[in-house]
Design a protein around this ligand. Structure first.
Ligand code: GLU
Length: 547
């Protein structure tokens, strides 16, 4: 029995050939230098920050070169699949703004290189496997899980390389007649790739990140089609899809690096051109002095849902990841404060190979800086988008008087050195709640030096009765606070106070702290002048009366 006849026996209903598919998947019309990348997550129900790093790089490479960025849903591992997982992936892409040029979602297919969902490509894989069997480069393997377990244990005991190869590969040398017989008897089987590699020979592979790496050739007859659902394994789907969909650059996790020799051998077996690879380093976390992998079990920040729920502007997450990708990013950013990250001259050789430290504190700093540069209108629009989804109560308060809310959001904003207080939209409520009558119900006043209630009332009442004027500018306002201090026996000049502290009840800073705490309950706030101006006299008096 010929290999072709065996292939026909296994796939009698597959009539299309590789050539047919190559004709259907027209050569992409790319200009010199335009790259085709794909984000190819498995629908596991969450998107890891490491996946986001890959998507960022995919998006960057495609957009920076005016090429194509597409989304492929790698759902061949049906055991790991979770309901709504694709919604989560789309949610993250929407959040980041990395909208693919080609994708498939629900009933919609955008692009000419679909289906973009692997489980919908099963016939395509079968056509490729059929040809591979016909060429004598793949064969059915009937070994049961138990047999393979026994094999693994023996290999361990003998300290042999694990895998299905050489004398261990029992089904490799069956005759086609034996194979046909067992198939006709209904035995279940997987399809394995028939490797011609020899691990004593080395192959060289040029990784975009690490440069030339030398590997022993692959000699493992890897499974390319599973027995239960007839779906391909990752390795096989990678070869078929990235060939037909004409991916030029594959960005994937470092865990795939050891599989490169297998992938090289499979691309060569078909005579296909291989894409270039960027194997991304792992994201690490500093934990009690040790660096370890960010883990979705231990670290909430491992999942993209964390950033969405906290309300980080996606650009903050993007910027913080860009600093991880290339160590000279920050320097470039300082020199080009208004450029899009897509303009950055990225160099894959500068990606670290040993794992990169991902740091939330750094993200917060980057994000505070970004939000501080937004106008009040931008802050309002972003904040509302967040509260609409995550904090309905605060949402209603913010919208009850939009101009008033914007005035609050504008405190120490839209100026040369704006205040950097919000890292994410969920920070806002905690910082400005006291500005809203509806939310103002303090449980605790953070009094500092002056705690005597009668003195506090005296300071506040004297101020509002004798000094306060709604129309004062900031300078006048402050000179009046100084006058107030003097009139009550507090030093208005810090130097004089320090020279002779016993001559005074305290100083002007103690006075403004009393006003601040009396009006907001907080000892630390943004500009008090603005707070008093925005609250207005009536509300201020109201708060003082309630002390
Ligand atoms: N589905 C694979 C993963 O999530 C994709 C790897 C690749 O991009 O090739 O790891």
């Amino acid at each position: 029995m010929t290999d072709k006849e065996l292939a026909e026996l296994i796939f009698p209903n597959i009539t299309k050939t590789i050539k047919d598919y190559e004709e259907e998947y027209k050569i992409r019309d790319l200009k010199e230098g335009e790259l085709v990348t794909r984000f190819a997550p498995s629908p596991t129900g969450f998107v890891h920050i490491g996946n986001m790093l890959q998507a960022l790089l995919d998006y960057y490479l495609a957009k920076n070169s005016h090429g194509v960025f597409f989304l492929r849903n790698e759902d061949t591992d049906t055991k790991r699949e979770v309901e709504n997982a694709v919604d989560k992936i789309m949610e993250v892409l929407e959040y980041t703004g990395f909208m693919p040029d080609e994708y498939q979602y629900k009933e919609k297919i955008v692009g000419n290189y679909g289906p973009y969902i692997q489980s919908k490509r099963i016939e395509i894989y079968h056509a490729f496997i059929k040809e591979l069997i016909g060429m004598g480069r793949a064969y059915p393997c009937f070994c049961s899980t138990e047999e393979l377990d026994v094999m693994r244990k023996k290999q361990e005991a003998k300290k042999s390389m694990p895998g299905y190869y050489g004398a261990w590969a029992k089904c490799r040398d069956l005759t086609n007649e034996e194979r046909a017989e067992r198939i006709k008897n209904g035995e279940s089987f997987v399809i394995r790739f028939k490797s011609m590699g020899n691990p004593n020979r080395k192959i060289q592979y040029d990784d975009l990140v690490t440069g030339i790496i030398e590997f022993p050739e692959n000699n493992n007859d890897m499974v390319i089609m599973k027995s239960n659902d007839l779906l391909p394994t990752y390795h096989f789907a990678h070869v078929v899809d990235d060939h037909l969909q004409q991916t030029t650059h594959v960005v994937r996790g470092q865990e795939w690096l050891p599989s490169v020799p297998l992938h090289i051998e499979m691309f060569e077996a078909f005579g296909f051109k291989q894409p270039k690879y960027i194997h991304n380093s792992l994201l690490l976390k500093q934990d009690n002095g040790v660096r370890r992998k960010i883990s979705k079990r231990k670290d909430p920040e491992a999942l993209m849902s964390y950033y969405i729920e906290k309300g980080y502007p996606s650009i903050s997450v993007i910027e913080s990841l860009m600093t991880i990708l290339n160590s000279n990013y920050e320097e470039w950013r300082d020199a080009n404060p208004n450029a899009s990250f897509l303009e950055f001259p990225f160099d894959p050789k500068k990606i670290g190979t040993t794992g990169a430290l991902y740091d939330l504190e750094k993200l917060d700093n980057i994000s505070k800086n970004i939000i501080s540069k937004m106008t009040k209108d931008e802050v309002y629009d972003n904040l509302i988008k967040y509260t609409e989804a995550f904090d309905k109560e605060f949402d209603a308060v913010l919208k009850s008087d939009v101009d008033y809310t914007k005035e609050i959001l504008n405190i120490e904003r839209e100026q040369e050195k704006p205040r950097k207080d919000f890292a994410c939209w969920s920070d806002v409520k905690n910082s400005i709640w006291y500005m809203f009558k509806d939310l103002y119900n303090p449980e605790n006043y953070e009094w500092m030096k002056i705690t005597d209630k009668a003195e506090i009332k005296n300071i506040c009442e004297t101020y509002f009765n004798n000094y306060y004027n709604q129309d004062d500018d900031k300078e006048t306002w402050f000179s009046k606070v100084k006058e107030l201090a003097e009139s009550l026996g507090y030093a208005s000049n810090m130097k004089e106070y320090k020279a002779n502290p016993d001559a005074y009840k305290g100083n002007v800073a103690d006075i403004s702290t009393v006003l601040r705490v009396a009006l907001t309950s907080k000892s630390q706030t943004p500009d008090l002048y603005e707070i008093i101006r925005i609250l207005g006299k009536d509300e201020c008096l109201n708060r003082i009366n309630n002390l």
